[in-house]
Design a protein around this ligand. Structure first.
Ligand code: TRP
Ligand code: ZN
Length: 869
């Protein structure tokens, strides 16, 4: 294999040609699909050949220039270079083999249906084309297939023509009037059940809404449809954005590498993010569907109407669209709960990415395989960067910035700079320094020191920032960090901020230097600072809180995030102390006040069950590993387990009283009140499992919803109850025919804390419901073991690493994208012991030696091995 080459953001060159229109004709066949593309080529610069991307798997049949066969071209593994042409009409005929396409990129079969996935560079697996996002063309697509097997033939835009052929075949022609890059192309053919509805836009146009699902699953599509209509209405009211075509289609498929894809007018979804009924899906699944349906819908403007100039700009559409879907969920549900859940993901996964070999800024500088950059950094940190601009500008100016962005760039392929420029121009707020968030990688550390002078009643906060160097970038510069604060007096009442006016905007301090002091006046006594309200910046905070201060914040702070985070800090502190105690074989303890504050939360007469559930959801072992430079995983797990059982014992009565109170909440209803109570009960069952096995069995047997069924099963699994295997068998009997439901079961198997879990996982790979060719199944069983069961995965003998390595060898050939996602726990080893690291190095070295290693795995493993040098 030749060493894959990297591309650099700085090397961007506008194309010498563009394609303004494409007439595509796809004659579907399992192994010999015939693709005819007629391209209107426009020359933009003279003296250069036309380069068309084309995968080496494409079989070129014919190439014509203005209708005449043409031979002055070169074909290599990357595509075609056509010499001696200017503006012309280019006709290309080629063949592809969808049924053997296991990578699920380009045109492939998901079960009996044909479907496509073109982002990022999948269109080149369908035909030869300028497969880059700055080439925008209008598409007309004719799809032909056997009518009995494929009654529905779909593509982007509006259906303009259809017809029947002899021999039982039929065809449909689609036209998409909006110029789009090839990554937004989609084609689907199959037999589905179709849920139909409509939406009247605020300017009065009727839009047909269609959701296509596997036959027999129509009753599971209603939540997705309701979510879609909410998303359409929300984008009108909050962002003044209206849908632009007459039809919006969503197709659910079982074989899909990611969550969903925003193809213009024809979204393709992983069925996990469409299908839900109360007996098959949990409340979390329902929320996930609402958010992903929203996300893909919001892309219609932030992604499709205004797209990326090149793939280095991916966060232009993804960071912004994640911000939009987070706001959608926050406006519809609980803002505090939504924020806390997002921060947990950011801290546990994105911060880890920053510390590992794949560290990159939200706008990467260097890429080998683009699929490797659909990352937590580009998506989640990218959304944080948009959120910080929103914090700095406020809603009104931010919306003015959005309006200017669309006014300037509708129909264009643009850069992250273009976006920030629109925000800056519309608001008049200087974002010069702020732009550094786009080019600098790593997690900034924010250290806060304070000083109170009773004689002057002045309170000083001194903020210092420092970003540790990362694998990709050693020198770091100061950033513009918005720090939203609240000061609490001794009894917990908020203090009105006076002073430091020029350095802040209301409660948001503008930290722009390495070190800055903010002085507040007329402060009657030493306050407790709540720092980073709503997590106003993606940084690590260091402030030396006393237990008393944290307890005050937990009980009195205005901001829910700060209250939750103060508890996390308290937990972190006692996990650290107890890990040391455990290593010295000393007794594990927490102060009584710690248990008291949890008790108070349960007894609070104004208890918000969803928020209390978050308080009782202990950080995962994986999250706790981040607290240690060199993590003793067994000790961390033991301490976490002890803490869970200790709280269970101390609060046994209060927990069981609340579980009893939480009755009548299991009635299939999606009201937030009910969801909140179910989530609290699910958390409490995890504690109750250690005290009362009969209760767990009863809860399992009486559960009315998948939410409560899974809650009971999860607590039995985690506590390794005697009834665990029996309940698991019962669930398996009931659901073995249903892959999506079995994913929950496979996830429990992968995260089972028993010693023999790896043997069990290996055996389950032969389970009739399991298949390594299905990414959902693979992630549920294998992914949950490797990422969600750190003790077993990181066993000293290296058996977990060997196991993953075997899987990666198989997936390297069949599905490199899934392989490259699964490799994550093997490349983020910075906090592991020397022994673990050397075992990992062995495994990675041998993987790197595969002679057919994919670009996806090569890029990650090569970088990871570089860390050992
Ligand atoms: N653009 C998609 C989204 O964020 C992401 C996506 C879906 C994707 N499928 C993909 C990215 C396959 C890379 C490869 O909604
Ligand atoms: Zn997206």
């Amino acid at each position: 294999m030749s060493t894959p080459v990297a591309k650099y953001r700085q090397d961007y060159v506008a194309p010498a040609f563009t394609t303004s229109h494409i007439e595509l004709d796809v004659v579907l066949d399992d192994h010999q699909t015939k693709v005819t593309a007629v391209l209107d080529i426009k020359q933009l610069r003279v003296g250069e050949p036309l380069h068309l991307d084309g995968d080496k798997s494409l079989k070129l049949v014919e190439l014509l220039v203005d209708g005449t066969p043409y031979t002055d071209y070169n074909r290599d593994d990357e595509g075609l270079t056509i010499n001696g042409i200017g503006s012309c009409q280019l006709t290309i005929i080629n063949e592809i083999d969808p049924k053997n396409n296991t990578a699920l990129e380009g045109l492939y079969k998901s079960g009996n249906a044909f479907c496509t996935q073109c982002e990022a560079e999948g269109f080149r697996r369908i035909t030869f084309y300028q497969d880059r996002p700055d080439v925008l063309a209008t598409y007309t697509t004719r799809v032909e297939a056997d009518k009995a097997g494929y009654p529905f033939l779909l593509s982007n835009g509006n259906k303009i023509e259809s017809g029947e052929l002899d021999s039982g075949r039929h065809w449909v022609r689609w036209q998409d009037p909006f110029p789009k890059p090839s990554y937004l192309f989609a084609l689907v053919a199959g037999d589905f059940d179709k849920l139909t509805d409509s939406f009247k836009t605020r300017s009065g146009r009727d839009v047909a809404l269609e959701i296509f699902v596997d036959k027999g699953h129509l009753n599971r599509a209603h939540h997705a449809m309701a979510s879609l209509k909410k998303a359409m209405a929300w984008d009108e009211s909050r962002f003044s954005l209206e849908y632009d075509l007459d039809i919006y289609m969503v197709v659910a498929v079982d074989f899909f590498n990611m969550g969903a894809m925003e193809n213009k007018g024809l979204n393709v979804f992983n069925s996990k993010y469409v299908l839900a009924s109360p007996d098959t899906a949990t409340d979390t699944d329902y929320m996930g569907i609402e958010s992903v349906i929203g996300h893909e819908y919001f892309h219609n403007w932030t992604g499709d109407r205004v797209t990326c100039r090149d793939w280095f700009q991916l966060s232009l559409k993804e960071g912004l669209t994640v911000f939009r879907d987070q706001e959608f969920s926050s406006d519809l549900n609980s803002r505090g709960v939504e924020r806390i859940n997002n921060v947990r993901i950011l801290r546990s996964h994105q911060f880890a990415e920053d510390e590992g070999p794949m560290a990159h800024p939200i706008r990467p500088e260097k890429v080998i395989e683009m699929n490797n950059f659909y990352t937590l950094t580009v998506y989640e940190k990218g959304a944080e960067v948009i959120r910080m601009m929103h914090t700095l500008l406020g809603e009104e100016k931010f919306q003015a910035g959005m309006a200017l962005y669309f006014e300037r760039h509708d129909g264009q392929a643009v850069t992250c700079d273009d976006f920030v420029q629109a925000m800056e121009d519309a608001s008049g707020i200087d974002l010069g320094l702020f732009r550094r968030w786009y080019s600098q990688s790593g997690t900034p550390q924010l250290t806060v020191k304070d000083h109170y002078d009773p004689s002057t009643q002045c309170y000083e906060l001194t903020l210092t920032q420092m970003t540790p160097s990362t694998a990709d970038q050693s020198e770091k510069l100061p950033l513009h960090i918005p720090v939203d604060i609240e000061l609490l007096s001794a009894d917990g009442t908020p203090i009105t901020l006076k002073g430091a006016e020029s350095q802040r905007n209301n409660s948001v301090l503008n930290l722009t230097d390495v070190k800055q002091t903010f002085v507040f006046e007329s402060v009657a006594s030493k306050p407790t600072p709540c720092i980073l309200q709503q997590f106003s910046a993606p940084v690590k905070l260091f402030y030396d809180y006393s237990d008393e201060q944290l307890l005050l914040i937990i009980q009195k702070a205005t901001d829910e995030f700060c209250r939750w985070d103060a508890l996390q800090q308290l937990i972190h502190k006692y996990v650290r102390l107890n890990v040391t105690a455990y290593q010295c074989q000393e007794k594990l303890t927490v102060p009584e006040a710690f248990v008291d504050v949890l008790r108070a939360a349960l007894l609070d007469p104004e208890l918000d069950p969803a928020f209390t559930a978050l308080l009782f959801n202990l950080p995962s072992t994986r999250e706790l590993i981040e607290l240690f430079d060199c993590a003793d995983i067994d000790a961390i797990e033991a301490v976490r387990f002890w803490l869970q059982t200790y709280i269970a014992e101390q609060l046994e009565d209060e927990v069981s009283a609340l579980i009893t109170k939480a009755t009548g909440i299991d009635k299939n209803e999606l009201e937030s009140e009910q969801i909140g109570w179910r989530s609290l009960k699910a958390q409490l069952l995890k504690y109750a499992a250690f005290r009362n096995e009969a209760l767990i069995k009863r809860e399992y047997n009486q559960a009315q919803t998948m939410t409560m069924t899974l809650a009971a099963l999860t607590s039995a699994n985690q506590a390794q109850l005697a009834c665990r295997d029996e309940l698991m068998r019962d669930f398996e009997q009931k659901w073995q025919h249903d892959g999506l439901v079995m994913d929950k079961w496979f996830t429990l198997q992968g995260t089972y804390p028993g010693n023999d879990v790896l043997e069990r996982v290996k055996t389950l790979m032969n389970h009739p419901s399991f298949s390594l060719s299905n990414p959902n199944r693979t992630r549920s069983l294998i992914g949950s073991f490797c990422e969600g069961n750190p003790v077993a995965f990181h066993r000293e003998d290296g058996s977990g690493y060997e196991f993953l390595s075997d899987i990666l060898r198989q997936l390297n050939e069949s599905n490199p994208q899934v392989a490259a996602r699964l490799v994550t726990p093997l490349i983020q080893f910075g906090r592991l012991t020397k022994n673990h690291q050397s075992k990992i190095k062995e495994v990675l070295t041998s993987l790197a030696d595969m002679d057919n290693i994919s670009r996806d795995l090569y890029e990650k493993i090569d970088k990871a091995l570089g860390q050992f040098a």
